[in-house]
Write a protein that binds this ligand. Sequence first.
Ligand SMILES: [Zn+2]
Length: 250
Amino acid sequence: MSALAKRRLARFGHTDVASYQRFAGLEPDGVLGPITDRSILAPRCGCSDVLAIRDRSGQCAWKRSDFPVAYWVDSRLPRAIRESVAPAFALWESVAAVSFRQVRNRTEARWLITPARIDRAGGILADQELPCGQETREAIRMRLDTHETWTLSAGDRGRILALNVIAHEIGHGLGIAHISPAKGRALMNPTYDPRLALPQELDIAEAVERYGTAAKPPAGGRPPALLEFAARLQWSEGTGWTLTDSFVQS
Ligand SMILES: [Zn+2]
């Protein structure tokens, strides 16, 4: 096994190759062949596949009184990320009873969206702290790797779609752990998938279990961020919701 693959297995909470293979829905033969190796080394989220998603008070989640949760976006982040944050939060608002608001003052925020030097390009794209486990913490942090080339456009091959990654990390910030690819296709699968930007059935179930279903859309229709999406989303039976194009007017 390559030293890198070995380090990655440990980092993501797997004790051996077979444990990873079972989680990833691969043949659990315990052998690090090319398929398993490619899967382990594929671009992905830096959070462990084995997260403690419960704390002393029960499930890992924000309290009802925490909403709308104030978030702050570091202005040093590239534009593709800065412009994807609000739509990504809006996606979760559309599927569960959660709400968010952006603040300009970092000290008012309980959720920080920040750049970080995590590793080289590819590898780990981002990570996110959970809203439980460290009761004294004032704000949770999402870190996005500055070594990636981030993009807004689904047609921009070879670059990383900021919306997909941020929407995934927000799932962790809501208390949701990785969903095993063996269970099904989900935004909360650990590996980056350019076709997956929206919470899928398994993701929505996790969010609704914690927060209940989304409130009715505001009078006058859906939030503007979701209207932005609507024209660029495509549904297909095999792949679920996918973005067909850049969702921001250039
Ligand atoms: Zn993740």
